[in-house]
Design a protein around this ligand. Structure first.
Ligand code: ADP
Length: 247
């Protein structure tokens, strides 16, 4: 087992009001999992992901990574954000080298940065600034930066939702190739999405949350062969099944 989410609940307090966002979330992440978390807007999907990567603390419960309580600076877990979260004053290569700073410097950092810039198809853009890149290319930098730390677990919050359809399809297929390639990180992926088709296309497991406070209503194993075909009636049966479980 790679990670374990154990009895995680979260309540926010603002102006004296308590809002419970997550209620007793339990699941395990295995090697080679590609888990998509879906559910209605506001049900706590992003909150759960931030808790899993250690960016936020649960009110109760715990997240274990390889048997230890997750820490925010765990180098084996990386995050890709919907809005890319790049530093505009740094070039593509510098944005990636920055996350390597504590582990690798100089030529070594440069080598790793270039490896992942290439892996996401951005060779020749090393010295370019984010403002000169399209949304799809910015997100490629987001992926390269996350992969450069060679994470075992890659967490992604709606990484494709601000991209056009064609760009996002290409990136999805490239990401699936990286996930299936045992010589490249990551071993497992957790992705939050509101797009059910995208979840059925990518996941081997889909976890469906109820409206707030989010509880797990289903943890489905998607038994479709890869590469998946959106025109296959069986694909649509899965999409319908997931929709039928989302309230
Ligand atoms: P989802 O990703 O499923 O749309 P979120 O996890 O973003 O849901 O948010 C779930 C709920 O928690 C929302 O009602 C949101 O307003 C609330 N929330 C999220 N972050 C905070 C915070 N830092 N303080 C107070 N409420 C928050």
């Amino acid at each position: 087992m790679l990670a374990e989410i154990k009895n995680v609940s979260k309540t926010y307090e603002s102006d004296g009001n308590k809002i419970q966002v997550l209620d007793s979330i339990n699941f395990a992440v295995e090697d080679n999992d590609f888990i998509c978390i879906v559910g209605p807007s506001g049900c706590g999907k992003s909150t759960l992901l931030r808790i899993i990567v250690g960016l936020e603390k649960p009110t109760s419960g715990e997240v274990f990574f390889k048997g230890e309580v997750i820490a925010p600076d765990n180098p084996k877990v990386a995050m890709v954000f919907q809005n890319f979260a790049l530093f505009p004053w740094l070039t593509v290569k510098e944005n990636i080298e920055l996350v390597l700073e504590s582990k690798k410097q100089g030529e070594e950092a440069e080598k790793v940065a270039c490896k992942y810039i290439k892996a996401v198809g951005l060779d020749n853009f090393e010295r370019v600034y984010p403002r000169e890149l399209s949304g799809g290319m910015k997100q490629r930098v987001g992926f390269a930066r996350a992969l450069a730390v060679e994470p075992v677990l890659l967490c992604m919050d709606e990484p494709f939702s601000s991209l056009d359809a064609l760009t996002s399809q290409n990136l999805k297929d490239e990401l699936l190739m990286l996930w299936a390639d045992t010589s490249m990180p990551p071993d497992a992926v957790i992705m939050v999405t509101h797009n059910v088709e995208e979840a059925v296309y990518m996941a081997n497991r889909i976890i469906i949350l109820s409206p707030r406070p989010g509880k797990i209503v289903a943890d489905l194993k998607i038994e479709l062969e890869r590469p998946r075909n959106r025109k296959d009636p069986e694909f649509y049966r899965w999409v319908d099944k997931v929709y039928s479980l989302i309230v």
